[in-house]
Each structure stands twice: as structure tokens, then as C-alpha cells.
Design a protein. Structure first.
Length: 130
């Protein structure tokens, strides 16, 4: 092989590794995906779907006679309790996001007012100008 072929192969290999690193980086770092959805929310939504599927399976097993009424009620109560805790966690995350969004909105409004001259600093500058 010529040195040019080796150089081309090394460049292609480096490029390929760079692309794979860039593609897999979110999996290693736990960053928010391109949709902007918090990974914690995605995990909780997956847990919620699993709990709903488990409830459907329990009901089907009870209906088909594979599960006694007492066992069905006990297992269903456990799954419902787990589902309630999942929903509570989703609510807490939503409240945090809303609170954070409200705080960001107040900051943006104050910053815009300051930059546009509507805030206290802008009024003082206008009053002192000739």
C-alpha cells in the first residue's frame, strides 16, 4: 500500500470514529435529546407505560381465571401505588420546569426593559440626558 492510501484510510477511520462519538455522546452523558425532553421525564413516562401494561395484564389474567380475586386486588393495589408515585414524580418535574420557566421569563422581561430603557436604569438615563 502506498502512503497516500494509508493516509486516506487513517483519515476515513478518524472521521468515522468522530461521527460515532458525536452520535453516541448523548447516551454517555445523559444529555437532553434533540427534542428537548428531559431524560428523567422520558424514563418516568416509560415506567408509567409499563405500569399500565402490567394493569392490563393483571386484569386479563383475572378475567381468564389465572389469578384469584384476592391476588388480583392485592397486585393491582401495588401497581396502582407505583403508578401514583410515578405520576407524582412527573408532577414534581413539571412544577420545577414551570417554576424555572417563570423565573426565566421574569429575567428576560427585566433584561428587555433594561436594554430598551423602560427599567429603572433606563428611566434614570433618560431623565439625566439633556
Amino acid at each position: 500500500m502506498t502512503s497516500l492510501t494509508i493516509l486516506a484510510f487513517a483519515g476515513a477511520l478518524a472521521f468515522g470514529l468522530g461521527v460515532w462519538t458525536w452520535v453516541l455522546r448523548p447516551l454517555w452523558t445523559g444529555e437532553v435529546d434533540a427534542s428537548g425532553v428531559d431524560p428523567r421525564v422520558l424514563a418516568l413516562l416509560a415506567e408509567r407505560e409499563a405500569a399500565l401494561a402490567e394493569l392490563r395484564d393483571l386484569d386479563a389474567d383475572h378475567r381468564d381465571g389465572r389469578l384469584s380475586g384476592e391476588d388480583h386486588q392485592e397486585l393491582r393495589a401495588e401497581v396502582l401505588a407505583r403508578g401514583a408515585s410515578i405520576l407524582a414524580a412527573l408532577d414534581r418535574l413539571a412544577e420545577q420546569e414551570v417554576g424555572g420557566a417563570a423565573q426565566r421569563a421574569r429575567w428576560v422581561e427585566a433584561e428587555l426593559a433594561r436594554r430598551l430603557g423602560d427599567g429603572p436604569q433606563g428611566r434614570a438615563a433618560r431623565e439625566s440626558s439633556p
